[in-house]
Design a protein. Structure first.
Length: 405
């Protein structure tokens, strides 16, 4: 045995003692506790009545439009209104030179008097010839001629009366009247202009602004879906079968008056596949003018068992399907594919994939990592949040909670 072997034998007990102490120390160390499950904020879904509202772009249209045209020709003597003011039905707008029509009326009256005098003479002659013809003092032909002359005179009187009526009507047409009450536009003629009864251009346009129409278009597929939902009882009609409507004006301010859906067009436009809907709104202050661009909110019905999910809780998978994550009763998480019908405020109306009582994760989604399948659920309120609630929120949740306010 050499010197190196002796050294190894001397160190062997020491190495064994070190190993024993190391093993003893490892066995006495405390186990490392597992990490706590991440905390998430959830909202428990409840079935509730939800008013189905559709937001559609549209334009305002005058309730009634009258394009005032002359019914007789002549020279305009006067314009009797101010452009852009309100006029009443029957109010005179223009005066056409009445002199030629007054002369025609007088001529027609003279012709009527002549016809009446001729009728009187023919009637007397026929009356004298009748007994003479019966006594064979005159020929039957003479009496027949007298009777025919009487009938001719009666027809001439009727024709003359019609001519008088026509002349009187034409004379009245020289006073151009407004057929409706409304607001006048720009006049296309001034005094001295020559107008004609057959002209295509209007002298002025009068539009009734109170009430006023709003025309919007809606896809025909949406109308079919709504009809099915009403038929199945999923939707309940609002009010007296007339959907209420509200307006957002061009400057994004709400219109204070509420309107009603009046009718839907019976023909689908072949180019767009849409149907025109017409609503009527009160417009006493004439705030709305024809041709304005507006957004109309239509209350189409009420879903008695609607489920609303915060939009922040909904994402989309690689196939483009809407998904959300819920917390199961055993605190495990599960991803659900859902079907969203429409946005209502900052929430989605969900028709498939969720049920009342499900706990949808709204905040803390960033803490759920692959492999983490258990969480601690903390119910949050979607109502107004105080500063203390925002301050006590976990890092990263404050912004999310503020969005839900």
């Amino acid at each position: 045995m050499n010197t190196r072997s002796v050294l190894y034998l001397d160190r062997a007990p020491v190495l064994c003692l070190v190993c024993i102490l190391a093993l003893t120390g490892c066995s006495s160390a405390k186990p490392v506790p597992p990490s706590a499950p991440p905390e998430v904020g959830v909202v428990t879904l409840h079935a509730q009545p939800v008013t189905i509202t559709t937001d559609l772009p549209g334009r305002t249209v005058a309730y009634r439009i009258a394009e005032v045209r002359p019914q007789v020709g002549g020279v305009i003597l006067k314009r009797l209104f101010t452009e852009g003011v309100d006029v009443s039905a029957g109010q005179q707008l223009y005066q056409i030179d009445p002199a030629p029509y007054q002369a025609k009326l007088e001529s027609a009256r003279a012709s009527l008097a002549h016809a009446q005098a001729t009728l009187t003479s023919a009637k007397l002659l026929a009356q004298r010839y009748q007994p003479l013809a019966e006594a064979h003092a005159v020929s039957q032909q003479a009496y027949d001629n007298a009777a025919a002359a009487q009938e001719q005179a009666i027809a001439d009187v009727a024709s003359a009366k019609a001519a008088v009526d026509t002349a009187r009507i034409n004379l009245a047409y020289t006073r151009v009247l407004s057929p409706i009450s409304g607001r006048t536009g720009r006049s296309s003629v001034t005094e001295g202009a020559l107008v004609d009864a057959s002209q295509s251009s209007a002298l002025v346009v009068v539009q009734q602004l109170d009430p006023i129409y709003v025309d919007v278009t809606q896809p025909s597929t949406m109308l079919l879906r709504l009809q099915r939902e009403f038929a199945s009882g999923q939707l309940k009609a609002v009010g007296d079968n007339q959907a209420q409507a509200r307006l957002i004006q061009e400057d994004d301010t709400p219109y204070e008056q509420t309107g009603k859906l009046q009718f839907a067009e019976v023909t689908v436009q072949s180019g767009t596949g849409s149907v025109t809907l017409r609503s009527v709104f009160p417009n006493p202050q004439h705030v709305l003018l024809p041709g304005m661009f507006v957004h109309e909110h239509l209350d189409e019905g009420i879903n008695e068992q609607g489920l609303l999910v915060p939009q922040r809780a909904v994402t989309h998978n690689q196939r483009g399907e809407a998904t959300t994550i819920i917390v199961l009763p055993d605190n495990k998480v599960s991803t659900r594919v859902i079907k969203t019908e429409r946005a209502i405020g900052n929430q989605w109306l969900v028709s498939e994939g969720l049920a009342a009582g499900d706990k949808v994760i709204v905040t803390g989604l960033q803490r759920i990592r692959p492999g983490v399948d258990e969480v601690r659920a903390r119910e949050i309120s979607l109502g107004p949040l105080t500063t203390e609630q925002l301050a006590s929120a976990h890092p990263g949740d404050a912004e999310a909670l503020a969005d839900l306010d």
